[in-house]
Design a protein. Structure first.
Length: 125
């Protein structure tokens, strides 16, 4: 018989509050795009993958450019995404950008989840 963990409710409360503040899903992001919410969508994948397809309106800031992320602002939340749920590029970029005082969120599931939700994809640069 396995022991199922029993998280402290206060620890769980803090964790999920922070998760909701720092992440979003593809459907919510698509609504923000439709509503013209003032956000910056940041694709941190390789430029060649961005060119093949990306979330409409996204800017491409690959890892080599994180030290000087052009186009990001302290006045707008940047929603950052990478390849997939198991890719940690977006989380690593969020750390870098947040250290610069930029408000950031991670798109859970990355570009793969966006595509699985059958949302619009833009191509080219």
């Amino acid at each position: 018989m396995s022991n199922v963990p029993k998280p402290d409710p206060q620890v769980a409360l803090k964790y999920f509050q922070q998760k909701l503040e720092c992440t979003t899903g593809p459907i919510e992001l698509s609504h923000w795009i439709e509503e013209k919410t003032p956000i910056t969508i940041v694709d941190v994948r390789r430029p060649e993958d961005y060119a093949k397809g990306h979330i409409p309106g996204a800017v491409n800031i690959p890892k080599e450019q994180w030290g000087n992320p052009k186009g990001l602002s302290k006045d707008k939340t940047s929603v950052v995404y990478c390849y997939s749920q198991t890719c940690h590029l977006a989380a690593a970029a969020c750390v870098e950008f947040a250290q610069k005082g930029l408000p950031v969120m991670e798109l859970e599931g990355g570009f793969n989840t966006w595509q699985k939700a059958q949302l619009e994809v833009a191509a080219g640069v």
